[in-house]
Design a protein around this ligand. Structure first.
Ligand code: NAD
Length: 256
């Protein structure tokens, strides 16, 4: 029970990686808050895991402020906050609308900032806590058709480093996890929209397979556990099967 009685809040926790994180932290004894914009999946996740659902739109600063204040009031503290909520608008940069750009930036970059802005105050007052941002390999390497997603995740990685620098002296650590491809509804929807197939992903990943949810969860648990990762802050932990280590190259093919 590594997180016995700790208060752990996860945004976008109604499904996918977030929901898997909820289950893992509950198993480790934490009181877990499922913070999601979708009330149906958020409430279902709360019933399934005995977490507490709080509805929030992370892209709305007022909604975030209200949610963080309510959580701090109800639980009295916040030990771990995970910015996991995500959306992905795909298309070549010349074909995307400003709304597509705003949506990705709003949820994954501005949203992470709005949460940090409020949660940081609570944690600094406590003199303890840890914030984890779920970034992506797309924040480290470019992918065609993903301008807003890649830009938001790259920004999130830099936000991680700035917050780590500002909060270190207050006993609060800030790190990021950069997953490679893990089969969730988000990835499945991307495949259904076309432009990428499961095989094209597998070909790109040196380990030849997608990641398991559990493999991302384990990295988050490690960064959240202040006894295990006590001297780590500002880190970007890649869980990508070698995606970012590998420079795709077809030496005997014309298909560069
Ligand atoms: N699945 C992957 O392969 C992969 C790889 C790298 C990074 N990631 C990142 O991991 C995170 C989770 O991804 P996933 O695959 O589980 O996605 P998902 O689509 O399954 O889940 C995303 C969750 O975020 C919630 N959400 C969306 N907008 C929100 C908002 N404005 N406010 C609050 N909640 C909101 C959704 O309701 C949903 O529950 C995302 O940040 C994603 O970019 C995923």
């Amino acid at each position: 029970m590594k997180f016995q009685d700790q208060v752990v809040c996860i945004t976008g926790a109604g499904r996918g990686i977030g929901l898997e994180l909820v289950k893992a932290f509950v198993m480790e004894g934490a009181q877990v808050v499922i913070a999601d914009i979708n009330a149906d999946s958020g409430q279902a996740a709360a019933r399934e895991t005995s977490g507490t659902f709080v509805q929030v739109d992370v892209s709305d600063a007022a909604s975030v402020k209200q949610a963080v204040q309510a959580i701090a009031e109800q639980f009295g503290r916040i030990d771990v906050w995970i910015n996991n909520a995500g959306v992905a608008h795909k298309g070549l940069a010349v074909d995307l609308n400003p709304e597509d750009w705003d949506a990705d930036m709003g949820v994954m970059l501005s949203g992470a900032f709005y949460c940090a802005n409020q949660v940081g105050r609570v944690m600094m007052k406590q003199g303890s806590g840890t914030l984890i941002n779920i970034a992506s390999v797309n924040g480290l390497l470019a992918q065609k058709g993903r301008a807003p997603y890649c830009a938001a995740k790259a920004g999130l990685i830099m936000l991680t480093k700035v917050l780590a620098s500002e909060w270190a002296e207050h006993g609060v650590r800030v790190n990021a996890v950069a997953p490679g491809v893990v089969m969730t509804d988000l990835v499945q929807e991307g495949i259904e929209q076309g432009g990428v197939t499961e095989d094209t992903y597998l070909e790109r990943i040196p380990m030849g397979r997608m990641g398991d949810l559990r493999e991302v969860v384990d990295a988050v648990l490690f960064l959240a556990d202040s006894s295990e990762s006590s001297f780590m802050t500002g880190e970007v932990l890649r869980v990508d099967g070698g995606w970012t280590a590998y420079h795709l190259f077809h030496p005997f093919s014309e298909a560069f």
